[in-house]
Write a protein that binds this ligand. Structure first.
Ligand code: ATP
Ligand code: MG
Ligand code: FE
Length: 349
């Protein structure tokens, strides 16, 4: 029997219907990008209220798209962590309420595990044990995975996530929100060697990442900092007010993107080698980036490991990757009506 999956961790309200053999019967995503664009980032309260508006229509659409009746559903799965508290609450309360009203089993999904599971939707070879790289708006993390549900956190970013850095660079260049896709499009016309940006922590023998120094380097390439001898009150120039020609913008994007990709590829290769696994799986919004995908592919060929990157349409938030709930159902891991959200981003997610 099919399951209904619900995703509302950040600013996408999504529902999908997945059959018990993993076939996608419906995939419905309502994005809120238009609502957050003028603020240059996701505003938590606006996100939560927008989820409230959209969650029932999205679920309704998914069920009718799937051409199933509510009676046909065996379970309702919902992402309960990590994410914005208000956003998570809307999805979890909707799932719990429908589980009671329709008498369905409830399954809790870890959104980051689901991002990695998206790779499995297009890659039917066995990949475990493997290294998992999550590169999203809120996370840049490496895991040692022995199954879709058994992940050991190896390390992650100590400041900005890769996607967040893309978004902030996009904001500095007035490219709209989220900046990642726009930066990546512009980068295609730029020279990745035009600016020399730092590859922070690339050679450190651990699995930590740092992208805030890179973000600052881009900022100062756009608008130099006030000279150090000037008084402390001298204000740095706001990068969004600097007029740059199209080629310089493209060169900045390409050089920034190359720095992010170099670090992500190097650390992932290190993790694959050190744990002696044969596969790397990659998910999250930044995994849609074509230069990252190409860099990972080259590394996989050079170092002879298998690579499974989530299909581009399943990189950013969606409910299809909630198919990971089927793995929980196989194990008999159900949630009860005490299910609460876990917003935090602490280690080990
Ligand atoms: P998390 O999953 O950590 O909770 P999130 O759900 O907000 O965060 P995703 O939806 O996985 O994140 O990804 C969104 C991020 O992906 C944004 O930061 C966006 O800019 C980035 N992104 C999307 N497409 C691209 C691209 N082509 N190149 C680079 N970044 C991209
Ligand atoms: Mg989003
Ligand atoms: Fe996400």
């Amino acid at each position: 029997m099919p399951i209904l999956t619900i995703e509302s961790t950040c600013d996408e309200t999504a529902a999908a219907v997945i059959s018990d053999n993993g076939a996608v019967l419906a995939d419905c995503v309502a994005t809120q990008e238009d609502l957050h664009e003028r603020f240059g980032g996701v505003v938590p309260e606006i996100a939560a209220r927008a989820h409230l508006d959209r969650i029932l229509p999205v679920i309704d659409t998914a069920i009718s798209q799937a051409k199933v009746s509510v009676d046909d559903l065996s379970a309702i799965a919902v992402a309960d962590r990590p994410g914005l508290a208000g956003s998570l609450l809307v999805g979890v309360v909707a799932a719990k309420t429908l589980a009671v009203a329709w008498q369905k089993k409830l399954v809790a999904i870890n959104h980051l595990h689901a991002h990695l599971y998206a790779c499995q939707m297009a890659y039917d070879q066995p990949v475990y044990p493997c290294i998992g790289l999550v590169v999203s708006g809120g996370h840049t993390s490496l895991y040692h995975c022995t199954s879709p549900l058994d992940l050991e956190f190896l390390g992650g970013t100590i400041d900005d996530a890769a996607g967040e850095a893309f978004d902030k660079v996009g904001a500095m260049l007035n490219l709209g929100f989220p900046g990642g896709p726009a930066v990546s499009r512009l980068a295609a016309q730029g020279n990745p060697k035009a600016f020399e940006f730092p590859r922070s922590m690339m050679h450190r023998p651990d699995y930590q990442f740092s992208f805030s120094g890179l973000k600052t380097a881009v900022r100062y390439a756009i608008a130099p900092p006030p000279a150090s001898k000037q008084s402390k009150s001298a204000k740095a120039v706001d990068p969004t007010t600097v007029q740059l020609d199209q080629q310089t913008q493209a060169d900045l994007c390409a050089s920034f993107q190359a720095a992010v990709v170099d670090v992500l590829v190097a650390k992932s290769v290190r993790a694959v080698k050190e744990t002696r696994v044969k596969h790397l799986i990659v998910g999250g919004g930044v995994a849609a980036n074509p230069v990252l995908r190409a860099g990972l592919q080259q590394a996989a060929e050079k170092h002879r490991f298998g690579l499974a990157v989530a299909p581009p349409e399943l990189c950013t938030d969606n409910a299809v990757m909630g198919a990971i709930a089927l793995k929980k159902i196989e194990r008999g891991e159900f949630a009860d009506l005490n299910l609460d959200i876990t917003a935090g981003l602490q280690r080990g997610f």
